[in-house]
Design a protein around this ligand. Structure first.
Ligand SMILES: Nc1nc2c(ncn2[C@@H]2O[C@H](COP(=O)(O)OP(=O)(O)O)[C@@H](O)[C@H]2O)c(=O)[nH]1
Ligand SMILES: [Mg+2]
Length: 270
């Protein structure tokens, strides 16, 4: 928790907020992840509904580049912006195309702007930035999939993600996968605190890593709070660990971009 509270110290001067983009189909657990992080960070003995979660199976209510603040204990806003996007799949068709995604990643779209087609978004001048800077760009792309959805080679979600993955990889932007609802695939949901010990979890991570050609170190199994739940140390811990892993990818990326933090002597490559 302290590491996340102290994130300011890890951000380059030009970057006021770390921008993390959550991408996933409706019902994959994006809003729940935002809420889980908000709950753990605020640490106020109650579930925070920062981003309204919706029932599985309902059409995506998220038609915007949704953003809600994460607050530390006491209420101050933490400089991490977790953007919650409209699902990438809707009845088998891509609703946010690669061009739109690139436009968002480049920082042209302001928080809480409507997500439509590229031309419509460009026409909506009020919700656009004309010349986005590094602080407006996304610093990590996070794909969100569910552990309990049939994750095999034919899974359309993975197919869609694989398509975007290429685009993101070309930009050297870090990308990772959040596998939510791990509690649903464990023999006993109460064992989420020990999820890494289960071979079913290890196998799933390996499968996702292989099929998306992403490093196993960038696959993060997690379990979110569900609406009926109450805060507990285990879920708080899982949410904060997962958030920290994502934030770390963003920090590494920014340090690389700014050329700081590497401390390589001038003659090293001579
Ligand atoms: N058991 C369980 N349910 C989850 C988890 N994450 C999300 N859900 C449920 O899945 C449904 C969809 O989640 P939501 O966050 O609205 O998905 P979104 O459309 O991607 O924002 C809701 O009913 C959540 O309560 C999880 O980690 N475990
Ligand atoms: Mg949502």
């Amino acid at each position: 928790m302290k590491k996340i509270y102290d994130i300011d110290a890890n951000l380059p001067k030009a970057v006021k907020y770390m921008n993390l983009l959550l991408i996933g189909v409706a019902g994959s657990g994006k809003s729940s992840f935002v809420n889980s992080c908000a709950t753990a960070l605020l640490d106020d003995g109650r579930l925070v509904q920062a981003s309204l979660a919706m029932k599985a199976g309902m059409a995506s209510a998220t038609r915007m580049l949704k953003l809600a603040p994460l607050r530390r204990k006491g209420g101050d806003v933490i400089p991490i912006r977790l953007f919650d996007t409209r699902g990438i799949l809707k009845e088998g068709t891509e609703v946010v195309g690669k061009e739109e995604m690139n436009y968002i990643i480049d920082g042209y779209v302001k928080p809480n702007a409507k997500m439509t087609s590229l031309s419509d978004m460009k026409a909506e001048k009020k919700s656009q930035r004309e010349t986005p800077k590094i602080g407006d760009e996304m610093h990590c792309v996070v794909y969100v999939v569910r552990a309990d959805k049939s994750m095999d080679d034919k899974d359309p979600c993975l197919g869609e993600i694989a398509g975007i993955r290429e685009t993101v990889a070309q930009r050297n932007l870090p990308q990772c996968v959040l596998i939510t609802a791990i509690d649903k695939i464990l023999p006993n949901a109460d064992d989420v605190g020990d999820m890494f010990r289960y071979s079913i979890v290890q196998k799933l991570c390996k499968f996702v890593s292989n099929s998306l050609k992403l490093s196993p170190g960038n696959i993060f199994p997690t379990a979110n709070y569900v609406i009926e739940g109450v805060p507990d140390a285990v879920k708080d811990g899982i949410s904060l660990c997962t958030l920290w892993k994502i934030v770390s990818l963003g920090i590494d990326y920014l340090n690389q971009m700014e050329g700081i933090g590497d401390n390589i002597p001038d003659d090293f490559f001579d």
